[in-house]
Design a protein around this ligand. Sequence first.
Ligand code: NDP
Length: 519
Amino acid sequence: MSSDQSPKGTAPRRTTARAASVTTPAPAATVAPASSGLAGSSPWAYAPAPESREIVTIRQRYGLFIDGKERAPSGGEVTITYNPATEEPLAEIAKGTPADADRAIEAADRAYRKVWSKLHPRERAKYLYRISRILQERSREFAVTETMDSGKPIRESRDVDVPLAAAHFWYYAGWADKLEYAVPGRRPEAHGVVGQVIPWNFPLLMLAWKIAPALAAGNTVVLKPASTTPLTALLFADVCRQAELPDGVVNIVTGPGSTGMSIVTDPRVAKVAFTGSTSVGVTIAKGIAGQGKGLTLELGGKAANIVFEDAALDQAVEGVVNGIFFNQGEVCCAGSRLLVQESIAEEFLARLRDRMSMLRIGDPMDKNTDIGAINSKAQMESIGELVASGVAEGAQIWQPACDLPTRGWFFRPTLFTNVAQSHRIAREEIFGPVLATITFRTVSEAIEKANNTAYGLSAGIWTEKGSRILQVASALKAGVVWANTFNRFDPTAPFGGYKESGYGREGGMQGLHAYLRSS
Ligand code: NDP
């Protein structure tokens, strides 16, 4: 049983904002009146619009997916995956061991040498197209499973995670027989077996980001999902069977971080891809140092969302809200630092508070929900600890009034003002619905403050001036810079960071390079 979650009741019940202050440090928090906006007891409150769970059959127990078959873990142990919105146990998950990782790598190695590397690239492409089509056909099943296992709103899993995952397989299917165009003048070759470790914030999407380019480039895969969100990866195993993908081309090994380490350090694994925390990224980089493996690391972020005085303010408010509250802020590229020009700060923050008062927090299965459940109790505690540090260090906290369910892990959207750059909430990745506001006067001050971070994953610019967009974007040390929008993803666009946000790119042609050796 994973230590950070515990089973309790079932359906979420609701309580008032003040009774739910368990999610945040009570001292100094300013909570808006409950009658504001459409929240609370307003006659304009939304009626419940729950998505049905009936399309999904969650089994009592899941094994490992090795060599095309479901297998029991060699140690015989299981962990439990929970619904973070209700704290109810969903299923028992095989606790894969290093011995299981070894079996999976052996299967992937055999499949690479005997089958996958011998297939004509056009035939590989057909499998990827087939997987994409099946993901589309089974999209509701995937969306409901993802929401139940991760806590993210069904609106996001339905409209973002699942369609984007299918789009990645579709996009990379197109590359499979055109690899020489990705590395002109050189001969593209697959690495062989790749080891991939993914996090819990976008379980299916991160799987697609990793498996689609790997297979298109001709590699075979051993993937370890996060322990709190294994279900869509295991459902994906079923898609592989349905697509009649040759045995061993994709292997899914559930289990703890140590099993992930066994996968990535195995000498038969020629390339490693990891998404997750900077600390584990560093451990992996150290663990495989000197082995000559390819490595891409997609780690954390502390993105600045910069609003200039000439920006379309309502549009910018919408973008700032999307930037930090999408997926409860559990997003590596979340716009968690709001940099707003001093001349408009007061007005902008007033509009932002109004908009935040309209956010609907609660049952992720409700189609009207904007902010769902935090993925785990451990993550809740981590957010709470950082928010408490913000209060203790002297920043001003504000939260809208909103009802929170009494069960499950929910955190009220939080806005900090009076934030100094030295505060922990301005420096550390919170990975929750918490926005830290810093003001600036000049363009150069905005750039300096935006770059004043150990991370370098993403940033946002809000201005009506095209020349300012170009000037600021080229001065920002961030892998992705959005202008007058935020959190836009597309399979054709590369994504990745600088500094402690990692290295290497995923997505687009650049994402393919990571899975190719070229001679
Ligand atoms: P981790 O980095 O620990 O987990 C990510 C993945 O790595 C999981 O599959 C995890 O397995 C696995 N893992 C853990 N330890 C090892 C190891 N030594 N070797 C190989 N694989 C390992 O993230 P957390 O879940 O602990 O989240 C902590 C913080 O990390 C968050 O608060 C957030 O700030 C950041 N984070 C960033 C993400 C991003 O997208 N950049 C995604 C997730 C978290 P298991 O689940 O079994 O522990």
